[in-house]
Design a protein around this ligand. Sequence first.
Ligand code: ZN
Length: 89
Amino acid sequence: MAKPNLCQSCGMPMKVPSEYGTEKDGTPSEKFCHYCYQNGKWVQPDLTFDEFYAFSLKKFQESDMNRIEKFFLNKMYTKKFLKKLERWR
Ligand SMILES: [Zn+2]
């Protein structure tokens, strides 16, 4: 695989199996990460788009990215980007 799959809910690149969410029967989800999707359900089904965006941005900013990655994150991780993902179309 040349490109990591992006979670189709929050946009996180999923590189290792533990970052993938799970379906109801416990199989890994191909589309969503484990922060968003577990056991076939959204982890936070009640968040609005705006709330979800703010939550995800904070999650990425608090992760162990280096400064350069965070610089690009702040430029790229926009509402426009999030709206293109399958969950928010
Ligand atoms: Zn996600």
